[in-house]
Design a protein around this ligand. Sequence first.
Ligand code: PSV
Ligand code: MN
Length: 389
Amino acid sequence: MTAVSAVKAALRTQAIETPSWAYGNSGTRFKVFAQPGVPRTPQEKLDDAARVHAHTGVAPTVALHIPWDKVEGADGYAELAKYAQERGLKLGAINSNVFQDDDYKLGSVTNPDPAVRRKALDHLLECVDIMDATGSRDLKLWFSDGTNYPGQDDIRARQDRLAEALAAVYERLGEGQRMLLEYKFFEPAFYATDVPDWGTAYAHCLKLGEKAQVVVDTGHHAPGTNIEFIVALLLREGKLGAFDFNSRFYADDDLMVGAADPFQLFRIMYEVVRGGGFTPDVAFMLDQCHNIEAKIPAIIRSVMNVQEATAKALLVDGEALAAAQSSGDVLAANAVLMDAYNTDVRPLLAEVREEMGIDPDPMAAYARSGWAEKIIDERVGGTQAGWGA
Ligand code: PSV
Ligand code: MN
């Protein structure tokens, strides 16, 4: 049996990064529903993130998205990092954005026009400059690049252009910095996406070197994909850099992690633990949008969902599992996993929180804190943060 004290100790060290954009307004291509109290600035997003960390104890970093979190002035990003630090936070991954300008209609770094490619590359390099100022370790790259129609552009040439841009960014990385390459099987390109799957991301990262790692966004797979297999394989190859956690029912829904399929999240976390991925070398980030639900409690709930899946994964009796597996006892092996999955870990996590000096019930503590009412009262006027803001 796994010692409960060891499980608790591991849970206390967990770090789940929350995304700045989850605190802002979001929606679908049909409608963005504004919510009262939503942050107007990157600083206000950090104020909200600090509440999530205060109530969960395990959300100490915040990912930025550039230009959504652009700040002015030569020292703007260093000051933002200081602002975070004063609130008990650190700035996390810098997410690049080469998907929202008109220039990128036919792609960014894979665009047939060299001038557009240069512009996209300059943005990626600027993101590394920002990492220097914020002290961030990771640059997250997601490309919306692809084609809508067969014959629209040369699939192979686009891979060459992608490789060229990635190599230039890789060259620019400093000591202790990494690039994380994210894949997504479709959207906004519908025929051929230039980085559609883990294999493509892996092939590029392998060529680039050890500072290039793959990001698994759980929402970026076709229905039925065995994501935990991908996780196991990337870990085995030393190429799993991070997760973007969220839930999907249909496409890239960006719903709360663990909401659609908590069993899948458990299976993923089991492979993480099994493969030695429960270390700071793998970044556990959320990439979600809260279109209709209150944002801060939704993020707290998401962090708790990841914690619950992790606790269950840590509770798997490895010895019993190995014994059942090696003796070919299919049902016993399956039962070991299911026993862990079916354990109610909420009391254990409540104890962990008490030991960390925080309220055992983060949702109730946040509701009692009065923060939601305070931001609704105070954040009046200005422009609320949201897509493209
Ligand atoms: C793309 O769908 C993605 O998952 C990337 O991580 C982007 O940076 C993020 O969503 C934007 O919300
Ligand atoms: Mn993502």
